[in-house]
Write a protein that binds this ligand. Structure first.
Ligand SMILES: *[C@@H]1O[C@H](CO)[C@@H](O)[C@H](O)[C@H]1NC(C)=O
Ligand SMILES: *[C@@H]1O[C@H](CO)[C@@H](O)[C@H](O)[C@H]1NC(C)=O
Ligand SMILES: *[C@@H]1O[C@H](CO)[C@@H](O)[C@H](O)[C@H]1NC(C)=O
Ligand SMILES: *[C@@H]1O[C@H](CO)[C@@H](O)[C@H](O)[C@H]1NC(C)=O
Length: 221
C-alpha cells in the first residue's frame, strides 16, 4: 500500500523523469552506407538512440578487398565493438563499431587501427575456406593484440534458408571470441576461441549450430 509519503516520492520521480525526457533533445547523426559515406547525409535520431559509425575491412592475400562503412542512428542502445582476425592464406577481417551522442558526432572517418606485425609469441592453426566447413590448417605466428586462437563459421540466409559461406581458423583479438554477429554482405558469423595450447577442437560447438545450413547447401547443390 502506498502511504502519502510514498505517493509524494512517486510524484517526485514522475516529475524528474518528465524533466529528463524533455531536456534530452533528439539530434542529427551522419547517416550513410558504403560509398555514400563520402557525402554528408544525415538522419534525425530519437533521444534513446546514439549515432554509430561502423567500418569493416576484408582483405585476401594481404590486399584490401572490401572496406565497408556505415553510419546512422543505432537501433536501440549502441554498443561499441572492435576486433580483428587473421585467418590463414593472409586473409584478414577487421571490425570497428563506435558510438557517440551529439550532433553529427559520427561525421569524421576514423581510420581502422593498423595491425601490428610484431609476433606476440602465440601460435595458432590457421586456414580459410569458403567452400567447405574444414580446411588444412598451417601454423600461424600471431601478432600484436591478436592473442587468441579462433574458429569462425559464416552463413548467409537467403529466403530464410541458411547457406554455408565461410570457415576460418587463425589468430584474433580477445574481443572477437564468442561472437554471433551479422557482418559485411549479410554474412552471419559465429566465433569460438580456444587457448593456443589446447589440442581439442571446439569445432563441434559451433558446427552444431550451422550443420543444418551445410546440409541444406549440399541438398541444393
Ligand atoms: C556537407 O558538407 C559540406 C562541406 O563540409 C558543407 O558545405 C555542406 O553544408 C554540408 N551539407 C550538409 C547538408 O550538412
Ligand atoms: C569437406 O571436408 C570434409 C572433411 O575434411 C570432407 O569429408 C568432405 O568431403 C569435404 N567436402 C567437399 C565438398 O570437398
Ligand atoms: C576448401 O575446401 C575444398 C573442398 O573440400 C577444397 O577442395 C579446397 O582445397 C579447400 N581450400 C582450402 C584453401 O583449404
Ligand atoms: C560484398 O558484396 C559486394 C557487392 O556484391 C562485393 O563487391 C564485395 O566484394 C563483397 N564483400 C565481401 C567481403 O565479400
Amino acid at each position: 500500500m502506498l502511504g502519502p509519503s510514498n505517493l509524494q516520492h512517486v510524484f517526485a520521480l514522475c516529475v524528474s523523469a518528465a524533466f529528463l525526457l524533455t531536456t534530452v533533445e533528439s539530434y542529427v547523426c551522419t547517416s550513410c552506407s558504403r560509398k555514400q559515406c563520402r557525402s554528408n547525409l544525415t538522419a534525425t535520431c530519437a533521444p534513446s538512440q546514439a549515432c554509430f559509425s561502423l567500418q569493416q575491412e576484408f582483405s585476401f592475400s594481404g590486399q584490401q578487398i572490401d572496406l565497408v562503412q556505415e553510419k546512422g542512428c543505432s537501433l536501440g542502445a549502441c554498443a561499441p565493438l572492435a576486433f580483428s582476425v587473421t585467418f590463414g592464406d593472409r586473409t584478414t577481417f577487421s571490425y570497428d563499431r563506435r558510438c557517440c551522442q551529439g550532433k553529427q558526432c559520427n561525421k569524421e572517418n576514423v581510420p581502422l587501427t593498423p595491425k601490428s606485425s610484431n609476433p606476440n609469441g602465440i601460435e595458432c592453426p590457421a586456414c580459410y575456406n569458403e567452400t567447405n566447413l574444414s580446411c588444412n590448417p598451417v601454423h600461424l605466428q600471431c601478432t600484436g593484440a591478436e592473442t587468441k586462437c579462433i574458429e569462425v563459421v559464416g552463413t548467409v540466409t537467403i529466403n530464410r534458408i541458411p547457406y554455408f559461406a565461410l570457415f576460418g581458423m587463425g589468430c584474433a583479438t580477445e574481443s572477437a571470441c564468442n561472437l554471433e554477429l551479422s557482418i559485411v554482405n549479410g554474412t552471419n558469423v559465429r566465433s569460438y576461441c580456444v587457448g593456443p595450447k589446447s589440442g581439442s577442437p571446439p569445432l563441434m560447438s559451433i558446427t552444431s549450430a550451422v550443420l543444418p545450413a551445410v546440409f541444406l547447401l549440399k541438398v541444393l547443390l
